[in-house]
Ligand binder design. Structure first.
Ligand SMILES: Cc1ncc(COP(=O)(O)O)c(C=O)c1O
Length: 428
């Protein structure tokens, strides 16, 4: 439950595609079958594989970023922001609406871009300084919250008026489409497949991490614009590999083609969403602070409200995530200040939200697993005063949440274990 990335269960047909793949260095038939799936499902004529989502972000930032300029997004993802800043030397502007940061809300589309802020940013920076405008389909760090089709259309309209390049991060596109189907009135009579195609038709460039919705490991960039793919293509052999494999194994590309075709099935697109809804509504009903409405990819606990005695300097979500691990063995993910790198001058940048993300990979967990975690979270909530903060003992300069090491302040973990052991049992 650390992530929903690369840990989903593949289907039987995906395993079959593994065995049937044409393992050629150049000109593999499997690549062309994959390109057909991209055309059929997403409607794009041109596609290139990359080894995973951040490799796509690297290439886009390198080719289309404007050093000293800006890239606009509805919300950042960790690797996206790092590539925008480090690879392209641009600022990452996040133009979400105020509602996005309200963890308790009924707004169906907290991943929307604020259109007035978009217009203001274009005015302020000037179109020549803006590399591209990126929409993340279900915003990972806002608690998996989707954007609406209406919002995407408005973004497109404004970008067209100013000649700006539009990009979609579609790593979680099937889930965003499922939410549009369920929550946007005009789309209730459409299929998830039709919604996905329409979303794709509204951007110039599309990329994804295949580790999520397509349930494999890898990624790709796709477009209908020849002039865009031609700018990217020369760099592919340098950073990824020849264009019929792009750093992926042919087996994964074969399984990705199947995963693309399968993700438009509402039973697949909605499988973890419905589990998350159950998880979130149950915790919310018990008074445990969670992000509402339920989003995609995970149940997100609002750590700032859960352990409101911990000061922001002591890594609130990290501390709660550690406590959950001690009391349940469940590895969740800190999505807060630890996941936000320091500013250039070394000053801490406090995250907008402090979330403990309990991910629900697709086709992996059952309701019993969820019930178990609810039971443990309930115990932790009653004993939350035992949780104190954390401090870094080793801190890498970029994406520090991956390899950094932290320690418990005042050794609180020991006391927490002792009380838990007395109450629930277990050995340490
Ligand atoms: C929205 C989004 N974009 C990009 C990425 C990066 O993809 P990858 O982990 O395959 O490099 C992720 C990974 O979790 C993601 O959630």
């Amino acid at each position: 439950m650390l992530t929903d990335s690369g840990v989903n269960a593949m289907s039987d047909n995906q395993f079959a595609a593994f065995l049937n793949a044409d393992d050629a260095y150049a000109g593999s038939m499997t690549f062309y079958e994959f390109a057909d799936a991209v055309k059929d499902i997403l409607g794009y004529q041109y596609v290139m594989n990359v080894h995973q989502g951040r490799a796509a972000e690297h290439l886009l930032a390198k080719i289309f970023g404007k050093p000293g300029g800006a890239v606009i997004t509805n919300y950042h993802f960790t690797t996206t922001k790092a590539h925008i800043e480090v690879t392209s030397g641009s600022a990452c502007l996040e133009l979400y609406a105020d509602e996005a940061l309200k963890t308790k809300s009924t707004h169906p589309f907290k991943g929307n871009m604020d259109i007035q802020r978009l217009k203001d940013a274009i005015k302020k920076w000037g179109k020549d300084k803006i590399g591209y405008v990126r929409m993340e389909a279900t915003t990972n760090l806002l608690g998996g919250q989707p954007f609406s089709m209406e919002n995407l259309k408005e973004v497109r309209k404004v970008c067209d008026q100013h000649g700006l390049l539009t990009v979609m991060d579609g790593s979680l596109i099937a889930e965003n489409a499922y939410f549009i189907w369920k929550r946007e009135k005009e789309y209730q009579n459409k299929t998830v497949a039709e919604i996905i195609k329409e979303m794709c038709s509204l951007v110039d460039l599309f990329y994804l991490s295949g580790r999520k919705n397509t349930c494999v490991r890898g990624g790709f960039i796709a477009t209908n614009k020849k002039e865009l793919i031609e700018q990217l293509e020369p760099w592919l052999p340098l950073y990824e590999g020849f264009y019929t494999y792009g750093g992926m194994s042919m087996r994964e590309i074969g399984a990705m083609a199947v995963g693309l075709r399968e993700m438009v099935d509402p039973a697949v697109a909605g499988c973890s969403i419905e589990q998350i809804k159950y998880f979130v509504e149950k915790l919310d009903g018990m008074g445990i602070p969670v992000v509402t409405p339920p989003g995609g990819l995970a149940c997100h606990v609002d750590a700032r409200k859960f352990v409101n005695h911990i000061p922001k300097e002591h890594y609130i979500a990290g501390a709660l995530t550690a406590a959950l691990y001690i009391a349940s063995g469940v590895r969740a993910m800190e999505r807060g200040t630890i996941s936000t790198d320091r500013a250039k001058d070394g000053k801490e940048v406090y995250a907008d939200l402090e979330l403990t993300r309990i991910a629900l990979p697709r086709r992996v967990y059952s309701i019993s697993h969820i019930e178990y975690i609810i039971d443990r979270l309930n115990w932790i909530y009653k004993n939350r005063e035992l949780i104190k903060g954390l401090r870094f003992i080793s801190e890498p300069p970029v994406l520090r949440f991956f390899l950094g090491k932290l320690d418990a302040l005042d050794n609180w973990g020991r006391k927490f274990c002792d009380v838990f052991k007395k109450d629930i049992g277990g050995t340490w």
